[in-house]
Design a protein around this ligand. Structure first.
Ligand code: F6P
Length: 551
């Protein structure tokens, strides 16, 4: 049987991963004092250090061979050309068009044949968003009682919440024009916590939903609309509402004026939509210039991704590192550790971006995948993470590769704090690599005057195996432009992994069943609701809940 180029490339990866010591990192540094120089790359102002992984020249060459055999470049070019790369939903994938000038000429293939001019519609929507933002900020558009808007509440979930929330958290300062707030959870405790901070006369409500059918978002939108109506009357409330959606019929049925609807197209996936009308809360909250810079930064990463050779291409390299960890070494979790508190929602955004995209079990052709796909993504900003889950990364039974995001220059004057932050980020990565030997622990305990029998008792607990992989992304500073670059870097990493694994990284059928079942359970929780067919556990829990509620 002859193997395809792809199968041969995978076989090579597996062979390299089975070599003795394949996961070791420290010996690579011992053997090559220039390792850092040879295994870091810098592009778009981002330095990617991959020297603290077990990838050596031979493995990197094999991974690049895999990328070639998987036609990552050809698939990338098909995406940029607006072809239908989201095959199960028959859609083009053009978030890159959202941050490109019109002259870039992005076109989206239509399932029925032909193309639409994606860049033209992007330009038109951006201009409407810019004018609306300016009018809100200058007070040309005011609330029903003549007051200026000071707060904007974005009601959305998943991609209609996480991206804008993450970016606003990163970019908002006390000098920003409005306060952006985010309401996502169907749990009305979320609204109850936000409501006391809002004055209905000064609050603008954005209903952010690509489909305008998402149950949680519509439930929250009805609650907030009701609050506005009670305070401002029905006509008054309408002046406080806008929608960010592709579903114009539904926005109008909800009572949103057509000139307050900012649209986008189905070639924008939810988790890639913060650059579209879904980003309006970023523009309103942080300012139009910030939003424009965010788009410009992402565009610069797009240009890098589209033109840089594979061995210098940051998104591809990040993807190959993950492929090595997941498929070569069998490491199925991945931590995201931004050492910048402004990025505190970045791990949450990447959880959706990576896990909704890469949590797939069949190939594009519908065959079961032959390799593991997306790892579990989790994270917290440093240094908080060090006091919660880092213990497991240092001494747990399985290594968890981590991405450290470090920012050289802060946007505050507290230089001592910043040094402390950076020292901790660097130290965590160093500790994962170095570990702690028996000799080191013994010497330290002896020096502290610990009796020998106590040293013997505690020694195994205090050893760190080391040789645990991490990747560091170093930014000069974090601003709208570099944030755009960073987020786009991960978006393209996800694309590359989708291509390597031959899966559809742009659909999300796995979330549908739960939505359907919730719909059928909903009436069963009403006081007189009739309970339908369920597995015994679900039926039992429904019965207990109804008992507890006295129904
Ligand atoms: O949970 C699935 C999902 O479709 C996500 O992909 C999406 O970001 C989210 O729901 C919200 O969808 P919508 O913007 O249509 O309300």
């Amino acid at each position: 049987m002859t193997l395809s180029a792809r199968e041969t490339a995978w076989a090579r990866i597996h062979l390299l991963a089975r070599q003795p010591g394949a996961g070791s990192i420290r010996p690579l540094f011992d053997a090559d004092p220039e390792r850092f120089e040879r295994f870091h790359r810098k592009a778009c102002g981002i330095l990617l250090d991959m020297s603290k992984t077990s990838i050596d020249s031979e493995i990197l060459a094999a991974l690049l061979e895999l990328a070639q055999a998987s036609q990552v470049t050809a698939r990338r070019d098909a995406m940029a050309a607006g072809q239908i790369v989201n095959q199960t939903e028959q859609r083009a994938v053009l978030h890159m068009a959202l941050r490109a000038p019109r002259s870039a000429g992005f076109r989206a293939a239509l399932p029925e044949g032909g193309y639409e001019d994606a860049s033209a519609s992007v330009e038109e929507t951006l201009e409407r968003m810019r004018q609306f933002t300016r009018a809100i900020h200058t007070g040309d558009i005011r609330g029903a009682t003549g007051e200026t808007f000071t707060d904007v509440i974005n009601i959305g979930i998943g991609g209609s919440d996480l991206g804008p929330f993450m970016a606003s958290r990163a970019l908002w300062t006390v000098r920003s024009p409005m306060r952006p707030l985010y309401l996502a959870n169907a749990d009305a405790h979320n609204w109850e916590a936000i409501r006391p901070r809002l004055n209905p006369h000064r609050t603008l409500m954005l209903v952010a939903s690509k489909t305008f059918t998402t149950a949680e978002t519509m439930a929250n939108a009805r609650v907030v609309r009701g609050w506005l109506e009670r305070n401002l009357g029905e006509a008054g409330a309408r002046r406080h509402m806008a929608a960010l959606s592709t579903n114009h019929e539904a926005t109008s049925a909800f009572g949103i004026m057509p000139d307050r609807v900012f649209g986008f197209h189905d070639w924008v996936g939810g988790r890639f939509s913060l650059w579209s009308a879904i980003g309006l809360s970023i523009a309103l909250g942080c300012g139009w210039d910030e939003f424009s810079q965010l788009l410009a930064g992402a565009r610069s990463m797009d240009e890098h991704f589209l033109t840089a050779p594979p061995e210098q291409n940051l998104p591809l390299l990040l993807a190959l590192i993950t492929a090595w960890h997941v498929n070569g070494l069998g490491l199925k979790a991945h931590a995201i550790l931004p050492y910048d508190h402004r990025l505190s929602r970045f791990p949450a955004h990447l959880q959706q971006l990576e896990m909704e995209s890469l949590g797939k079990r069949v190939t594009l052709a519908g065959e079961p995948v032959r390799h593991d796909t997306g790892p579990v993504i989790f994270g917290e900003p440093g240094t908080n993470a060090q006091h919660s889950f880092m213990q497991l990364l240092h001494q747990g039974t399985t290594p968890v590769p981590a991405d450290f995001v470090l920012v050289a220059n802060p946007n505050h004057p507290y230089a001592d704090n910043h040094r402390l932050l950076l020292a901790n980020g660097l130290a965590q990565a160093e500790a994962l690599l170095r570990g702690r030997t028996e000799a080191e622990v013994t010497a330290e305990m002896r020096k502290a005057g610990t009796p020998p029998e106590e040293i013997a008792r505690l020694l195994p607990h205090r050893l760190f195996p080391g040789d645990r992989p991490s990747t560091t992304l170093l930014l000069d500073r974090l601003d709208a432009y570099t944030l755009g670059q960073l987020v786009a870097l991960y978006e393209h990493k996800v694309f590359c992994l989708g291509a390597l694994w031959d899966i559809d990284a742009f659909d999300q059928w796995g979330v549908e069943l739960g939505k359907q079942l919730a719909k059928s359970i909903l009436p069963e929780l009403e006081p007189a609701g009739r309970v339908g067919e369920h597995d015994p556990s679900t039926a039992g829990l429904i019965a207990r809940i109804r008992d507890m509620q006295g129904n």
